[in-house]
Design a protein around this ligand. Structure first.
Ligand code: NAP
Length: 322
């Protein structure tokens, strides 16, 4: 393939969106904003396809892939991961000039190999994963500054680069065998941050601080931390008792957790161990002091909790069940 030639016949190829959920909606809006004609929206629920088609001016809305018009040059599959294989197989029954068609899916975890049925028909395939956390309430601006993770054979990647550039987005190319680790990084960054703040909310609730007030109170701290992370990276952004080797403060955290929030002890200790590794790596925590911190954390998880009804306040049933 000539690397300078375009995969698409036109700068803004006609598109069919399959799956009118969170990603389908945001991608359709972004594509339409960037001047890509959305020819069709197909989704399992016809009314949902209809609603999105109206917003992006697509002339065709349907619950069946058969409705995809013949002039479509890009089919973007925004369906759940476990639907991709079936949809790719069903797509082969649609009468398109496959050699002129690019089929992409938006999964971060599944490789482009799942699109093998349409690739066998002659289509170029790739995965085109928006590296962003998206909900059905989001609009095109949710993709502002976001990267696209691209994976697939060379012609698919070339199409993905054209598309990412056309959408004004940045991209990163991921080898197929590295996709699980790529998705792991994305899931840890987004899901663990959310989970961590869920834990912080529990701590604040134990102080009778309203959940909303609690998050508002922490927002400047979170923003400052994100700014430090972006400008200096994790090694320099780490502050607090672990990097200072402040064993006494860590001991007081451990006691507070054991007394009021014992369910959080294992997660606190595990994250603190990672903070120790980061602090030593940064050269700011002396390895000998790190051993003292690790020994304290080890005791935190191995010392049995006092039986209920002694120095341990009752845990709300919802927390206990969760
Ligand atoms: N949400 C995120 O933050 C995010 C970010 C990056 C990538 N992704 C990936 O993007 C893909 C879509 O995720 P999503 O969050 O947009 O999911 P979603 O909100 O659940 O939307 C999926 C859509 O696909 C439709 N659908 C399901 N099965 C179908 C089928 N067999 N044929 C046609 N349409 C079908 C659903 O139908 P109806 O609603 O019409 O019933 C729904 O509208 C997944 O691969 C996901 O891993 C998600």
């Amino acid at each position: 393939m000539d690397v300078f030639s375009s995969v698409f016949r036109s700068a803004r190829p006609p598109v069919a969106i399959v799956g009118a959920g969170a990603v389908g909606r945001v991608m359709a809006l972004r594509l339409a904003d960037a001047g890509y004609p959305i020819r069709a929206v197909v989704s399992r629920t016809g009314s949902r396809a209809d609603a999105l088609a109206r917003v992006v001016g697509a002339p065709v809305a349907a619950a069946s892939l058969d409705a995809i018009p013949r002039d479509v040059a890009l089919v973007l599959l925004c369906v759940p991961d476990d639907q991709l294989a079936d949809v790719a197989e069903t797509l082969t029954g649609v009468r398109l000039v496959w050699a002129d068609v690019v089929v992409a899916h938006t999964s971060g975890a599944v490789t482009s190999e799942v699109l093998e049925p349409v690739e066998a028909e002659g289509a170029s395939v790739l995965s085109f994963h928006p590296l962003q956390s998206l909900t059905r309430a989001d609009d095109a601006s949710a993709l502002e500054g976001a990267y696209i993770g691209l994976e697939g054979p060379p012609r698919g990647i070339a199409a993905g680069i054209e598309l990412a550039v056309g959408l004004g987005m940045r991209y990163v190319v991921i080898p197929a065998e590295a996709k699980p680790r790529y998705h792991l990084a994305a899931a840890m960054a987004s899901n663990f941050l959310v989970t961590l703040l869920g834990m912080v909310q529990e701590v604040l609730a134990s102080l009778d601080i309203d959940r909303r007030d609690g998050l508002a109170m922490l927002e400047p701290l979170l923003r400052g931390t994100m700014d430090n992370l972006a400008s200096r990276g994790p090694e320099e952004a780490l502050t607090g008792p672990v990097v200072r080797g402040d064993v006494e403060t860590l001991r007081s955290h451990g006691l507070a957790l054991r007394q009021h929030l014992p369910q959080l002890v294992p997660a606190y200790a595990a994250l603190s161990v990672e903070a120790v590794r980061l602090a030593v790596r940064s050269g700011r925590l002396d390895p000998a002091r790190a051993e003292d911190v690790l020994a304290l954390l080890q005791r935190m998880v191995t010392t049995p909790l006092p039986p209920k009804g002694t120095d341990r306040p009752p845990v709300p049933p919802s927390v206990e069940a969760g």
